[in-house]
Design a protein around this ligand. Sequence first.
Ligand code: PLP
Length: 373
Amino acid sequence: MNDVAMEFIDLCAQLEKMRPAIEKRISKVLDHGKFILGPEVLELEILLADYVGRKHCITCANGTDALQMALMCNGVGPGDIVLTPAFSFFATAEVVPQVGAKPYFVDVDRSTFNICPESVLLALDDIKSQNLGMPKAIIAVDLFGLPANFVELERICKDKGLILIEDAAQGFGGSIMGRRACSFGDVSTTSFFPAKPLGCYGDGGALFTDSDVIAERARSIRTHGAGKHKYEHVRLGLNSRLDTLQAAILLAKFEYFAAELAHRQQVSERYKDACKRVTAPFVPEGYTSGWAQYTVLAKPGERDAIRERLYARGVPTAIYYPRPLNKQTALTDFIEGDVPVANDLSNRVFSLPIGGVQKLHDVTKVVDEVRNL
Ligand SMILES: *Cc1c(COP(=O)(O)O)cnc(C)c1O
């Protein structure tokens, strides 16, 4: 066999397909030379706001800054508690102490892996009865591409007067009853890190909102808290703009995004058919996933052996995430709810290779090897 090894995320296959369109867009930026907040940035913001169904899109330097800006725009700070799922990428929780607030880790749903609305209610009772602080916001994550249960979460947040932030760093492309990810809650954020469903060739992120006030604050915060004039600063901010070059790359790549989503969906269906030894991901009725990752659940104690076998047979896998947020040493000042599911999942999940452009031969290989487990 003269096979090249399969990549876990094959960005080369994608580049091969899009290279002429991307080079054309990059070349235009080199010609006009507006490298910071050039015309491509605004063009992208209009395009993405329209795609997700929000009034405003404010791009920024990365998905982590987008989350931090979402908290800053809503005045979340010292004394406030922010509820986040215990099972997510570190950045979801990292931004909370960055603004001086305290994370409360809530358990996730066993079938969707997303924040569990019943556990949110238990957490709110716990905060109240123990007088732990002021619950101010919930950051709900669209883990692995599947939107969180925003039907319930929007109702809870409205009822309890909480700010709802959608961390759609992995969610871009997913939907609930036709409503797209990045349109839920008060503010949504996403990431354009290369490995995300819509990735650029460096770091990038965006914040979405329907509120004119939040949008104006976010635009100010991403440029050092600027006021009306460049050297008037009305608040503390960040330096967090999306490079014009990255916006240009995203504009070129977005042309292919619908086709990529369809491809990911097809691959997910083939993988699902092959899953017997491991449990395939669950997508609730009315939901679609953007399939940022295809994450399966192994039986207790079986994960390492299964991954080793797949690896030996040429199928790379990855673990997102081997450690829940409540066990991260960098986070010291947090409140840990009862999170048995998050603890269990971190010992049992692993992800199969999936991408927007994937060689058919690679997909078939994964299917065969998973079926033969
Ligand atoms: C990737 C990711 C982020 C952070 O995005 P960056 O662009 O890497 O800063 C935040 N939350 C989740 C769930 C992510 O997967």
